[in-house]
Design a protein around this ligand. Structure first.
Ligand SMILES: Cc1cc2nc3c(=O)[nH]c(=O)nc-3n(C[C@H](O)[C@H](O)[C@H](O)COP(=O)(O)O)c2cc1C
Length: 186
């Protein structure tokens, strides 16, 4: 029996979405499913997804938006995504997704609502928390840090007083990966 192979294509700004893509791929490999993990900033020129048994797209969220690379990828590959026969999964890493009272809302806003604009429907998706990094080595610039602080003062629960917080729930991410494997193995 040949091994199944999934494409995990992601766009990240500060690294959270990339880390999730790598984790999902590790879980797949532990379950004998291969994964190509592709940063859409480095490669986005696919003709089709014929080499793959499934596709997962991951995106960072900033001011309510996917990365430009994710947007372009979805736009360019719209027809191929619509005719996928294997499972199509989508996840985002977002600050608000870590807040219980915002999670359900942003999960819909950041994934199915946006995909509707491209005439794409989805039934396997989730929103995970992200990184809040005010440290010296942060990839966030001063303006981005300022926006984060402002968001933190408006939405209670975002830990903007800490220097560095990783809001990703790895158990939830593992559940997402294992649930996807169920879809691909049937
Ligand atoms: C300038 C800025 C704007 C942000 N805007 C949002 C937002 O609109 N909604 C949200 O849920 N999270 C927002 N975040 C939090 C990011 O989603 C979080 O940092 C996440 O880690 C981004 O994914 P990435 O690390 O893969 O780039 C914002 C963060 C920054 C720095």
């Amino acid at each position: 029996m040949t091994e199944k192979k999934v494409l995990i294509a992601y766009g990240t700004r500060y690294g959270a979405t990339e880390g999730v893509a790598i984790k999902i791929a590790e879980i797949f490999r532990d379950n004998n499913v291969l994964a190509d993990v592709v940063n859409l900033k480095e490669k986005s020129d696919f003709d089709n997804f014929d080499d793959y048994d499934g596709l997962i797209i991951g995106s960072s969220i900033k001011i309510g938006q996917w990365t430009r690379d994710v947007k372009n990828f979805v736009r360019n590959m719209r027809l191929e995504i619509q005719k996928l026969t294997g499972p199509f999964g989508f996840y985002v890493c977002s600050g608000y997704a870590s807040l219980d009272e915002q999670y359900a809302k942003v999960k819909e806003e950041y994934i199915p609502d946006k995909l509707t604009e491209f005439d794409i429907s989805i039934n396997y998706y989730d929103a995970f928390g992200g990184l809040i990094d005010f440290s010296e080595s942060s990839k966030m610039g001063w303006l981005e840090k300022k926006i984060m602080k402002l968001a933190g003062s408006q939405a209670t629960g975002l830990p903007v007083e800490e220097e560095y917080t990783d809001l990703r729930d790895w158990d939830k991410i593992e559940k997402f990966a294992l649930g996807y494997l169920e879809l691909i193995k049937v």
